[in-house]
Structures are given as C-alpha cells and as structure tokens.
Design a protein around this ligand. Structure first.
Ligand code: ADP
Ligand code: SF4
Length: 696
C-alpha cells in the first residue's frame, strides 16, 4: 500500500536553518524516566522513533552544568565529555534512519533543587522553591552568574553540535527554565537591564538564542521552544499580549518556533480535559509574525487533523510527544497507507505519571515503550511461534485483547472467549464515563488488528466455566477475567470492613457502570483509590442531579493525579460540578441516611447525610475460574494443557497500562522457559572506577 496523496504535505521536507527535516513529524523533547540513568534504554527508545519515521527526534531536557542539575528526575545531562558517549549514541541511532537529532538545553532555574550537585540554585530573584516544597532557596543571579550561565549555554551548544546533534533547542517554556523565569513578571522584580520592561525580561532569552546562533548557527539549527500563554490570565504571559509581543521581538532569530502553552499541566492536558489540537487557538498567531517555520503540540494522532493544521497555516511541523510514545511508527503507517494500524494515544498521561515518579515511562497503548533495549521488544513485530499451538484466552479486557493480538501475530491458533456481547472489558465500560471516551481506543486498535487475523476466533456472550475451558482442549490457557470493586471499604486506609458496608445502599463503581443508581439524593463517595475513578463517578452523579460529596483520607483529592498532571483540572471540574470535597476524612461507619467520618484536622468524628455510599477503595481479582481450572488440571491424570496463566486484573488489579503490558508479556513469553527468579530484562551497569592503589 502507498499513502493517500492527501497526506503528501506531511512528507514534504522542511528547511530549518542549515538543516532539512525529511518530513513534518517532529518528536518534541519529552521526559521518559530513562535519560542518563538508563541510557541504553533511552537510546533504544529514541532510535525506535526514528525507525518509525519521525523526521526529527529530540532528547528530553538536557541540563548542561551542575548548577542546573535535574535530579531526581531521570533526564539527560551534558556536563562534561563523559556524557558525550551516550548522547552521541542517540545521535547515531537517530541518523541511522535519516532523521535529525535535537537536544533541549535546560536549566530549571529557581526550581532546580540540585539534589545531586549541591550547588546553590539560581534564578532572577531570591526565592524559596516550589519543587516539592523543599526547604531550599534560590539565589538571585548577579551579573557574573548571568555571564557564567550564558557561557555554559554557549559551550553546551558547541558541544551538542560536536556530538552530532542537528538542532539545538533554546528552551523558555513550561514556567520551568531560567529564561522563562526571567520573562515572567511574577518571578522577576529586578531593577537592572534584565528586569522591568518586556524587552528587559526577554533579554536573557534573546542573548541565549543569539549566542547559540553565533556559536553554531552555521552548522546546526538553533530553535526556540517557547510558551506563548501561561493560562493564568494577566498574571502570566497571554498569547494576545506579551506572549505575542515576545515572539514579534525575536521573530527572525531562531530557525524554528516550537510554541506551546505553559505550564506542563496545561501543555500536556489529558483527553479528559482537552481535545486533540487544543493549543491551536493560542499559537495560531505565530506564523503571522515570523517567516520561520512553526511547530506546536496538542496530542495530534489523526493525520487529518495534522494536515488541517498545516493547511490552515497554523504550523509547518506537527510536534508530538505522547502520540509518538503510543505509536513510534505513526509516520510510517501514514506513509504506507495503513491508517487503521495507528495505535492512537488515549491521552491518559500514564507515561507522564511514571516519569514523574522517576521511573521508566510506560504507555497504556504501547506496551513495548521503554522495553526496546532492555527486553528487545519491537512495537510492530513479535517473534514467530516456536511450535504450533492452540491458545485459549478467557476475557477480552485490555489484557485479554492484547494477549490475543500479540499471540495471534506470532502465528498461534487463538480462541478468545468473552462473557459479554461487547468486547473490551473495563475499557468499554469506563469509556462511557464522562471524559473517558478515548479509553475505547485501547479496545478499538486491538479489535481492529485481531479482525485481520484468520488465526484468531472470537466468541462473544460466552461465559466459560472451568469445565468448558478444559473441553476446548487448548495447549495454553490465559485467564483474563478482570477484577471487581470491593463493597466493604477495604483499601489503603481501612483494613477491615466498614460497619454498615453490607447495607443495601452501599454501591461500587461496578454497580454504577452496570446502570444502578443511588435511591436517594445525597451520595457520599469514599475514595481510598486516589486515582480517577472516584472523581469521574462524582462528576457523573453530579451531572445527573445528585448531591455529591467526595471524602478521602488524604489531604488532597485524587492524590495520584498530581503525577498525571491532572490534579488541578480534576479539582476544578469537581468544584464546578458542585461536588463537596472532604479531604482528611476517613470513613468510620455507614448508617441509614448517614455516614460517619473521622476528620483528621478537627480530630473528631463528623456526620454527613448520605442516602447512599459509593465505595471506591480497591478491587479483588476475579480469579475463581483460574483456581478451578488449576485444581482440575492438578487432578487430571492426562491433559494436553501445557501452560495455565492468569493475566491483567485477574492476577493483580491495576491500571489499564498494566493489563496491556501483562497481556503482551504473556504473548512474548509463550513457548519460552521463564524462571521467575531470573532477572527478566537486560540491566544497565554503571562503570565503577578502579580502586586507587595504596589507599586505605
Ligand atoms: P483486564 O483489565 O485484566 O483485561 P477486564 O475487567 O477489563 O480485565 O476484562 C475482563 C473481561 O473478562 C470482561 O470483559 C469480562 O466480561 C470477561 N470475563 C469474566 N469472566 C469470564 C468468563 N468466565 N468467561 C469469559 N469471559 C469472562
Ligand atoms: Fe498516550 Fe497514555 Fe500512552 Fe501517554 S501513556 S502516550 S497519554 S496512551
């Protein structure tokens, strides 16, 4: 197949300063939790993007001297020659496929805790840092600090060129770098030539751009990554005011304007809070004020939205972080006319969440992300089956569907049995909740792929018993029967059933998903899960006219959402929906029409009206079938069954990404002898210096 000529524009080369990008697919810098800590894994991941057709592949943040140490985050750094080795390897991998390599030079300024380097943080003003509310204060940069900082930046640009990078990105975005701190009035009350007027506050960014151009501009592209709007009204940059004026003042200096909104929470909004292309309205002016190429992001996964953004004159390049994580081969699939094979990002920010926890990122849609090097997993291919075999998969949630797709791709004969009429398990059910429709892409991609395979048979409305499972005579069985929300309140906080939780007016998310509704008006949701479910349930019930309160033992609502950058937006949405928020409140007892909560701040029990209580605490695996089959196999004297596995929530309830990963892993491991005690992947080793002779 070849590409539809409609998409030709995406494959037109684009001149960016002295370099030419082979196409319009621009993998913008993105954190990934690997960086300098797991450099082989990082290189493997970046190389995969280039192999998949991304014309420009960038590093994540790269801090360039010890005063801007991004620890504890696993970013890249380039402090001295030792760092050139792995960054050079990344360039080699990216160049192997004809793509350009970009590097994002960063100093996180007054929010750099310098945990590793122990240098004193610097910024425009003396101020305590916001990062983790750490008891660390940044020092106002004096003229010498500014000169040193500029010198380090210039040296970094030269080093980046010498290592092999094609683009040097000068970064003033996300309210997270020295030049963006200087630009913001709220951070910069200096009275020298770097403070006051916009021209003065922009001076440092201008100097960095000009000095990088002067140092390496003949050899590499020097680009600006710039947030034109901080989404805080006149308290910050606004695209129609200083955001625009700033771009106008520097319009022709960089070779490319890569523009977005700040801070990171706003730039990487989830699909629950923003649609595809949501940044267009903020950045649309940029092409009108510069002749240089322009790029933006906005979770573009649809080639039609991409060409539309280019044709409407908003951008020249399609910037993408998450869509390139979910599908490193998106460009090649467009090129090959295989749009139906695109694995679209669902906009859940699980990738961000794990990065924020300083772990290698994982992706709900792409189970091979971060595993390219350490497990040698390719997102588009799996090794063929080592022997013929029939695989039965019971349950078609994300784990069962991914297992069926991947096992099918290996060439096994697959039977997929699903109790319900509809495939997809929890993603089908949850995608009907407010704001979660994109969850269904997890199902749709997999069902679409499976339907092309002649070796995968699907049986719907087939709730299998242990007897039926065995009757099917499969060689390998995977039980993927999911999990059930608990009604008794057991979770992190409560380790024994809440008195009254056996009453008829206690509901679980499964009840709501199955169509049940509280009988009275007042609903108390008890959230000891701390992710999205309780909040989405609250939003749903509030929209249906219930008086909803959401109680949690934590001091913040939906605490895990601080990792996925959704915490603020989630809380705003709950407040707009009229949901009463009750932090620091642990459920003690449920009575008729009431719930008793222990308020940790008041130090006493309080009562709330509650015609119904919705428990969102934890889930129990639906592993009854697994155990029955296991027992039957143990009792059987003669069986063809070679392996029995449980995967996904049936093994241990988790996020959708975990189910997809475990389904994929099952498929990869099939036919292999896996010793659970062995390390299941290649490890990164840090070289230890030889002991100095004679010391001691
Ligand atoms: P996971 O996230 O692990 O994939 P889900 O809860 O999303 O789990 O999916 C489990 C699926 O298994 C559901 O669609 C459910 O209907 C199905 N299922 C549960 N028990 C059986 C059974 N005995 N036979 C067939 N399908 C089953
Ligand atoms: Fe997209 Fe979610 Fe994957 Fe991140 S984890 S790339 S948001 S699907």
């Amino acid at each position: 197949m070849t590409r539809d000529p409609r998409y030709d524009i995406l494959f037109e080369p684009l001149k960016i300063g002295p370099k030419t990008a082979p196409n319009r697919f621009y993998q913008v810098p993105h954190c990934n939790g690997m960086g300098r800590v797991y450099p082989n894994a990082m290189v493997g991941m970046r190389g995969m993007k280039a192999q998949g057709g991304w014309g420009i592949v960038c590093t994540e943040q790269c801090d360039f001297y010890a005063s801007g140490d991004a620890s504890p985050y696993a970013e890249t750094n380039m402090w001295d020659k030792g760092d050139e080795v792995y960054l050079g390897r990344m360039c080699e991998e990216v160049h192997k496929y004809g793509s350009l390599a970009g590097i994002e030079l960063v100093h996180n300024g007054h929010d750099t805790p310098n945990l590793y380097s122990r240098e004193v943080p610097i910024g425009p003003m003396h101020r305590p840092m916001n990062w983790s509310m750490a008891p660390i204060q940044a020092r106002a940069m004096d003229k010498q600090d500014i000169r040193d900082y500029r010198r380090a930046h210039r040296q970094a640009a030269i080093r980046a060129r010498d290592i092999g990078f094609d683009l040097v990105i000068v970064y003033a975005g996300h309210d997270g770098t020295v030049p963006s701190h200087f630009l913001a009035k709220r951070h910069n009350q200096r009275t020298d030539e770097y403070g006051g007027s916009l021209e003065n506050r922009l001076r440092l960014f201008r100097e960095l751009l000009e000095e990088a151009k002067d140092a390496v501009g003949h050899d590499v592209a020097v680009t600006a990554r710039f947030a034109v709007d901080e989404m805080m009204g006149p308290d910050g940059l606004e695209w129609h005011a200083e955001g625009r004026e700033a771009v106008e003042m520097l319009a022709e200096i960089p070779d490319l304007w890569d523009v977005n909104v700040a801070d990171w929470d706003n730039d990487s909004k989830t699909s629950r809070f923003a649609p595809e292309g949501y940044q267009e309205e903020y950045v649309a002016f940029v092409k009108q004020v510069t002749t240089k190429p322009v790029s933006t992001v906005g979770r573009y996964t649809s080639p039609d939205a991409m060409i539309s953004a280019i044709k409407r004159g908003i951008v020249d390049l399609i910037g993408a972080a998450r869509p390139s994580i979910a599908d490193p081969f998106l460009p090649n699939k467009v090129e090959e006319g295989r749009l139906e094979d695109i694995r679209e990002c669902i906009g859940c920010n699980v990738c961000v969440g794990w990065t924020q926890m300083t772990a290698p990122a994982r992706c709900t849609q792409n189970p091979t992300f971060s595993e390219e090097w350490r497990k040698d997993w390719h997102p588009e291919s799996l090794p063929p089956a080592e022997a013929d075999g029939h695989v039965l998969i019971v349950g078609s949630g994300p784990s069962g569907l991914e297992a069926a797709r991947a096992v099918g791709l290996r060439g096994y004969q697959v039977t997929l049995a699903e109790a319900e009429d509809e495939l997809g398990g929890r993603v089908t059910r949850e995608s009907k909740l407010p704001g979660l429709s994109a969850w269904a892409r997890v199902r749709d991609y997999r069902v679409g792929q499976i339907q092309k395979m002649t070796n995968v048979e699907i049986y719907r409305a087939s709730r299998l018993s242990a007897e039926q499972v065995l009757e099917l005579g499969a060689d390998h069985i995977a039980i993927a029967t999911g999990a059930t929300w608990r009604r008794d309140g057991y979770g992190r906080n409560l380790t024994s059933p809440v008195p009254g939780s056996d009453a008829g007016h206690v509901l679980t998310p499964d009840d709501i998903l199955n169509g049940s509704r509280p009988s009275g008006k007042n609903v108390l949701i008890f959230d000891d899960d701390h992710y999205y479910m309780a909040s989405v349930m609250a939003e749903l019930l509030a929209s249906e006219g219930y008086e909803v309160s959401l109680a949690t033992p934590m001091p913040t609502i939906a605490t895990f959402m601080t990792h996925t950058l959704e915490h603020g937006a989630n809380q705003d949405r709950l407040l707009e929906s009229g949901v009463a928020l009750l932090p620091n409140a642990a459920l003690e007892a449920i009575e008729s029409g009431k719930a008793r909560l222990f308020d940790d701040i008041l130090g006493r029990t309080v009562e709330r009206d509650a015609d119904a209580v919705l428990m969102v605490t934890s889930r129990t695996p639906n592993d009854g079938l697994y155990h029955e089959v296991q027992q039957a196999l143990e009792a059987a004297s003669d069986t063809s069954v070679q392996t029995l596995s449980r995967i996904g929530d049936c093994q241990a309830p988790g996020i959708i990404a975990t189910s997809v990963y475990e389904g994929h892993r099952f498929a990869r491991d099939l036919g292999k002898t896996v010793d659970p005690v062995d390390v299941p992947f290649r490890r990164e080793r840090i070289a230890i210096e030889q002991a100095a002779g004679g010391a001691g």
